[in-house]
Design a protein. Sequence first.
Lengths: 170, 425
Amino acid sequence: MLNTLVRLEAAVGKVLLVIIVILVFAAGLLRWFDHPLIWSVDLAQLLFLWVSFIGANQALRSRAHIGMDLLVRPLPLGLRRSIEIVLALLTLAFLLTMAFEGYKLTMLNLARVYGDSGISYAYVTGAVPIGCLLLAITLCGHIVNLIRHWREERRLVFSDPIRGEVEDVL
Amino acid sequence: MTLLSLTFLVLMLLGLPIAFAIGIAGFTFFLTNGSIPVSIGVQQVATASQSFPLLAVPFFILAGHMMNHSGITTRLVKCSNTLVSWMAGGLAQVCIVLSTLMGGVSGAAVADAAMEARILGPDLIARGYSRGFTSSVIAVGSLITATIPPSLGLILYGFVGGVSIGRLFLAGVIPGLLMMALLMTTVWIISRRRNYRSETAERPTARAVFRAVAEAKWALVFPLALLIAIRGGLFTPSEVGAFAVVYAALVGFFAHRELTWQGLSQALGEAVADTGMIMLIILFSGMVGYAIIFEQAPQTIAAALTTLTSQPLAVVGLILLFIFIAGLFVESTVLVLLLTPIFLPIVRPLGVNDVHFGILMMTIVTLGSMTPPVGVCMYTVCSLLKCPVEEYIVESIPFVAAVLVLVAVLALWPGLVLFLPDLLM
């Protein structure tokens, strides 16, 4: 079930990226032939925000977000884990607040029309609460996993000490 | 502003990913400032993405990944091998030339450095080049990739500062080529002294050069096409980015016949995750950007600076020194996003050209990812090649010094940077 959802998310991200490329490519080509497609750029920018959050969530799942571990790397594992859990809970609170505030804002934006496209601006603003919620869910998963496998694995929340931070970046 | 900076620093030093550190720090501003509703913060995150030039970021990332899957990268490796492997320090020269050629199709230093560390690094070490030297050549050499258009850093600078990305791209060409010449000279001097011998003592024949260039023609033509497209003002950088993706797909499917559906899907997946990683930082920094402008940070810092000196060159020098020091510790995307809106308004009234300043700033900022203690490029290459960081630090000194000399030259002679954009646009 979880695996299917992860695969679905990856597929949606890829398809959206392809659509964005086609939209901007077509707009450039048609403008060249004096047939500007005004709405295509608006739609591309809208989808871009969604792709960004989907990609950010995938990067969080594979613990790939860049951080600076210069000071914490030499710390003993237990202490490092405690720091990471506190940071993760703080981030969780931040993400959930963003999701809640974003939801309120999206409801306010329902009537606002986006650019020249006639699309509701709520589709833009809506990406923030949904994206933050996705990130929050993934982060929860990491925290739960860390606590469940506390003894048998040397796992962290945001980074992967086994593979080394750097290969994660790639 | 104090609370914001302090939160950011503490969270970053504790190891929280930079995207979240910047988000939480920016959020504190909206929480503690009584007069601005929190929803404006959310609004800033959404609007941070709604800029057309920013679309060039995913496009050039995707194009870069597709080059690797469509046989363009391997042909460029062969081409640079034929061209320069006969010189002193042959294979190291190949790395520098490859970074230059890759610069024309790829926009990110880290991607180039990682690719070279995997493909060329082991060869160099096997042939007796020291690990530190090999890592330094690859890591610092990738700075050329970030300078030659297309360049992700310049796109971001243009986006934040409202500077023409087409002009920035053109301005990057000469500094990129100068950097290649300077780094090749550095490699040559060190190799002569240490007797790092060349692969083939013979210079390549004209025929061999012709054949290697013809093999890589689709990759070599691309940067020229890109510059012509942007230069003519026919297409915006974002549209050119979309063209680059389509171009890579066409070359991979039809000219080289190496791109498979599986390869395409893999490239798309990698590009989505990379885009997400960079964009999350950009999105969340939207809140900090709002705070910077609201609190009039540029004006405050400008006032402090002008009490020191009002000589334009000295001000630029001080700013570059500050950026260099900040770059030692902070990731480059973040520096561009946070410092451009502060420093550009300071140097503009002094008569400093914004394209010129952009090239200087980008070079220094990107150099930060090749220097300790915090440098993504450095860590990437060192971990892939199992090079101790201490060894890297010692061996990278001549290369970093060469780049700093180049920055000083470019700062003193703006003409070197502005010649091409002024001539062509």
